[in-house]
Design a protein around this ligand. Structure first.
Ligand SMILES: [Zn+2]
Length: 151
C-alpha cells in the first residue's frame, strides 16, 4: 500500500503521533508508525481516511486481518476497538503503575486480548519493560492524557 505523503501526515497528526491501539509514541521509534486498514483490504476495505489508522508494528502485526477478538470475561467474540468510531478512554485505562492497558468494556478486553497489549502471552513482558523506561524518560503516553490513568 502506498499512501500519499499528505494523507500519511494527516493520519499521523489525527493520531497525535501515537499508535491508536497501545498509544506507543512514534517519537520512541526509529521509523514512522505504520498505517493499517480498519476494514482489511481483503474484506473490501478502501484507502479512505475513515478506514485508516496509525498503528505500531507490534499492534499492526497482531491485528493482521482480524476484526474481532474474544472478551475473556464473557468468552464472547467482540469487534475490535475502532479508533474512527470509538474513544480510547471509554474502553481502556492505564494501570496505576502505567505498565498495563486494562480493557474496561467488552471491546477493550477483546482488543487487549487479540493484540496482547500487555505481552501476557510472551515469556517476557517486553512492552511492560519498555513502558517502565518511557516513564523514566517522561515519554509515557499517559502523561499526555492524565485522565486515562486509573485513579
Ligand atoms: Zn500499538
Amino acid at each position: 500500500m502506498v499512501i500519499p505523503k499528505f494523507l500519511f501526515q494527516a493520519i499521523r497528526q489525527r493520531a497525535n503521533f501515537r499508535c491508536e491501539y497501545c498509544h506507543y509514541p512514534e517519537i520512541l521509534s526509529s521509523a514512522p508508525l505504520s498505517v493499517e486498514h480498519l476494514k482489511p483490504q481483503s474484506l473490501g476495505g478502501d484507502d479512505s481516511l475513515d478506514n485508516l489508522a496509525l498503528a505500531c508494528r507490534r499492534c499492526n502485526e497482531r491485528r493482521y486481518n482480524f476484526t474481532t477478538g474474544i472478551d475473556p470475561q464473557t468468552e464472547t467474540e467482540i469487534p475490535l476497538f475502532n479508533p474512527r468510531q470509538q474513544i480510547w478512554t471509554e474502553h481502556f485505562i492505564w494501570s496505576a503503575d502505567s505498565l498495563r492497558i486494562i480493557g474496561q468494556t467488552d471491546t477493550g478486553r477483546a482488543t487487549c486480548n487479540r493484540l496482547d497489549l500487555n505481552d501476557d502471552r510472551r515469556d517476557e513482558p517486553f512492552i511492560q519493560n519498555a513502558r517502565r523506561q518511557w516513564l523514566v524518560a517522561g515519554l509515557h503516553p499517559s502523561a499526555d492524557d492524565p485522565q486515562e490513568q486509573q485513579k
